[in-house]
Each structure stands twice: as structure tokens, then as C-alpha cells.
Design a protein around this ligand. Structure first.
Ligand code: FE2
Length: 416
């Protein structure tokens, strides 16, 4: 028996027709223009747009909602953010991290996000961020899929024991191994750190997501090292390069050559337009760089690229609402993705491409037999959803209704 029958929704892939969706045992059991089977409950979608959930592919839940603690980032730079976080993280407790992480995930889930990859700082001996987020991963698992990346915020070889802590994080159960080669003490340490990250990924059978070249320096060229390791070890499908903002500053001859290697390596990419725009370009006068990776060109070359927040109200970014539609809208502007295909691609980047980055393609999408995770938006189509920052009216997680939102009502007080 159908547990939940959704009536009269329009699929984001074919918004011109309406369909009913039957959900049974947490999975999509049928999608057809008219379903007449008995159901435990029925929800009339009233022609809302139905989409797979939004995917947050890059977030730091351990620092979320700490903006201003213990002080504000006045320079707006990545490096002042790291300094402030170093101070704030001395006071972390498991409860503190878990409370803020759950609050942030609820903020995002209420806006249609049901898949999240979060980094956990593993630079401190107590491993509080990682242990807290692993517990959160378990607490939310019946309504949201959380992946946790072991992220060596202070570098792998910049301090004694950091490399051991990264390996310990694998043993504790992190899903993904991370790195930050451009923040190592030397270029050589950066290269060595990438090799170490790949060694751990192979040893513990984990995916890789490296903060790579998050700097305006056109000589920061760790992306080619990541690509080379992915090619040599044939791990490309499981390797993500986050940020790669220096790619936006490389000369075109080098960038053109590199693009060929990236295609061969089959990497995934994540751009974080809200944060990249505000953190990068800080040392420029004018012309001032946008500080983003080559989003449009990576997309045009068929590489998988998704969009993330990176930060929500933390030492690096005081703002952030958790809305991935806002992130996509910022990408549209900052990356000049205003063509119709480009706008649609930006919606893809916060849905299907994000699922691919997270390695979740098998369980993601609006198809019979897949887990019944979906959202219903007040929008004509995907492009309008970005344009209007559409209200996500219903969120269905693993076959059950998780949260509903009423669109704001505008009442004119005069007749015009
Ligand atoms: Fe990040």
C-alpha cells in the first residue's frame, strides 16, 4: 500500500506536464499522470515544481554560526578567518559543535537541502569537531545524508602530529580525506601533503576532497599535482578539488594545457561563489579579480562542478542563510552564466552535480525505485527557481514529509 501519494506535481525535468508520485517503503514506487491507488496519506502539490533535493557539497559545520566569536573578521581575508577560528576552536565542546551543526542542517533542510558534505577540522589533539560531526551524521541519518571530510585546517606538515591526526580521523570514521596544500609551509610540503592524502585514501578506501589553491596567487599550482595523482592512481572519480580559485588567475596558455589534464583526471570541482567573491581579491587594487575558479569553462569542458556555501555565519563569512538558490544566483552573476543553458546548468550544480561530487548518483534522482527524497518548489521551472529564490514549499525525506513552508503573502492596502 502506498504510504504517501503526491498529487499534481510538475517534474523539474519535464515541467510542462503534471504527474502523481506514489511512495512506498521510503522509495518512489510510481510516477504517472494519474495514480488511483489507495494511500495512507495524500498531499496535493497544486502544480508545484518537483525536484530532487538540493545538495550542499561544501560546508564547514564545525564553525557555522560562530560569527563574531571571539571577534569579527575585519580584514575579510581567509587568513584572518583562520586566526579567529584558531582562537574560537580552543573553546569547542562536543555539545557546542553538535548544537550548531544540527541548527545549521535544519536551516538548510527547511530550504530543500537533504545531502551535505561537511568538513571537520582535525588539527587539534582532541578531535572535537570530527567526533561531534560523526555523532551528528548518525543523529540526522533518517532525514539527511551527511558526509564528513577530515580537514587538516592548519596543514598536514606545518606542525608535529598533524599528519597522525589526519590518519586517526580515518580510523574514527571520516568519510572523506581532505588537505590544504596551499597553506603548507613550502611548495614541497604542499606536494607531499597531496601524496599523503592520496595514500590515506587508498589505505582506508575513502574519497578525497582537497581545499586546493584557495588563493589568488597565480603560482599556486597544486591542482596539477592533484590531477597527476588522480591519473597515476586511477582514482579520479572519487577526487574533488574544492575552491581552485587560483585557476581564475592562471595565464590562459597554462590554463588551456591544464584543462586537458583535468579532463583526463576526471576530477570533480566545487566553487563557493559567496565566499570566493568576498575572501579573494583582497590584495588587489583595480582591476580587482572575482576570485572564482573557471566555473563556466569547467562546465563547458564537461567536468563535474557543484556549488557550495563553504561558510554560514562564521569567521570567514558573517552572512549566509543556508539557501543554495542564493548560492546558485551568485554563481550566475559572478561567473556570467546568464544564457538559458547556463542558468539551467547552475541549477544542476546545486542538485545533480552535487550528488555526483558526493558519489551518491545511484541513490539520487526522481526515478522509480530510488529513495523518495524530493522537494516541491513554488516556481515554473529550474531557472525561475533561481531567479525568484523560490520558496521550497515541501520537503520529503526518505518517504515522509519533513517540513513545509508557507510562501509570504503580500496584501496591498491601497487599490492602485
Ligand atoms: Fe572550505
Amino acid at each position: 500500500m502506498t504510504s504517501l501519494l503526491l498529487r499534481q506535481g510538475r517534474l523539474v525535468t519535464a515541467p510542462e506536464i503534471t504527474v502523481d508520485i506514489a511512495i512506498q517503503d521510503g522509495k518512489i514506487a510510481a510516477i504517472a499522470p494519474h495514480l488511483n491507488e489507495p494511500a495512507d496519506s495524500v498531499l496535493d502539490l497544486e502544480n508545484l515544481l518537483v525536484s530532487p533535493p538540493l545538495v550542499e557539497s561544501h560546508l564547514h559545520l564545525d564553525s557555522a554560526l560562530t560569527a563574531g566569536q571571539p571577534r569579527w573578521n575585519q580584514s575579510g581575508t581567509l587568513f584572518e578567518g583562520i586566526e579567529i577560528w584558531r582562537e574560537r576552536k580552543q573553546a569547542l565542546t562536543l555539545e557546542d559543535v553538535q548544537e550548531r551543526a544540527i541548527a545549521t542542517l535544519k536551516l538548510q533542510a527547511s530550504q530543500g537541502v537533504l545531502f551535505v558534505r561537511s568538513h571537520a577540522d582535525v588539527s587539534e589533539p582532541n578531535q572535537i569537531p570530527l567526533r561531534a560531526l560523526l555523532a551528528v551524521r548518525d543523529r540526522v541519518k533518517d532525514w539527511l545524508t551527511l558526509q564528513v571530510v577530515a580537514f587538516p585546517q592548519d596543514g598536514v606538515f606545518s606542525a608535529p602530529h598533524n599528519a597522525e591526526r589526519l590518519e586517526e580521523a580515518m580510523k574514527l570514521g571520516a568519510d572523506v580525506v581532505g588537505g590544504i596544500p596551499h597553506y603548507e609551509l613550502t611548495r614541497e610540503d604542499g606536494v607531499k601533503s597531496i601524496q599523503y592524502v592520496f595514500d590515506l585514501a587508498e589505505k582506508y578506501d575513502r574519497a578525497i576532497d582537497i581545499h586546493c589553491d584557495e588563493i589568488d596567487d597565480d603560482q599556486s599550482r597544486f591542482l596539477e599535482v592533484v590531477a597527476a595523482e588522480a591519473i597515476r592512481r586511477q582514482l579520479g572519480g572519487r577526487v574533488t578539488a574544492s575552491h581552485t580559485t587560483a585557476f581564475g588567475s592562471y595565464n590562459n596558455a597554462y590554463a588551456f594545457k591544464l584543462m586537458g589534464f583535468l579532463k583526463r583526471a576526471n576530477l570533480s570541482f566545487i566553487a563557493n561563489p559567496l565566499i570566493n567573491l568576498t575572501l579573494q581579491g583582497r590584495t588587489d587594487t583595480y582591476p580587482k579579480r572575482r576570485g572564482l575558479t573557471r566555473v563556466k569553462e569547467l562546465w563547458q569542458n564537461g567536468l563535474n562542478l557543484s556549488l557550495g556555501h563553504d561558510c554560514i555565519q562564521d569567521p570567514w563569512y558573517n552572512l549566509g542563510t543556508g539557501s543554495l538558490l542564493e548560492v546558485a544566483a551568485m554563481a550566475v552573476h559572478a561567473c556570467q552564466m546568464t544564457g538559458r543553458d547556463e542558468l539551467a546548468a547552475c541549477y544542476d550544480m546545486i542538485t545533480r552535480c552535487g550528488a555526483k561530487t558526493l558519489g551518491l548518483t545511484e541513490q539520487y534522482g526522481l526515478e522509480v525505485g530510488k529513495p523518495a527524497n524530493l522537494i516541491a518548489l513554488e516556481a515554473d521551472d529550474a531557472i525561475a527557481a533561481i531567479r525568484d529564490r523560490a520558496t521550497i514549499r515541501h520537503v520529503i525525506a526518505q518517504g515522509t514529509r519533513l517540513v513545509s513552508t508557507t510562501a509570504p503573502t503580500v496584501t496591498w492596502q491601497r487599490s492602485l
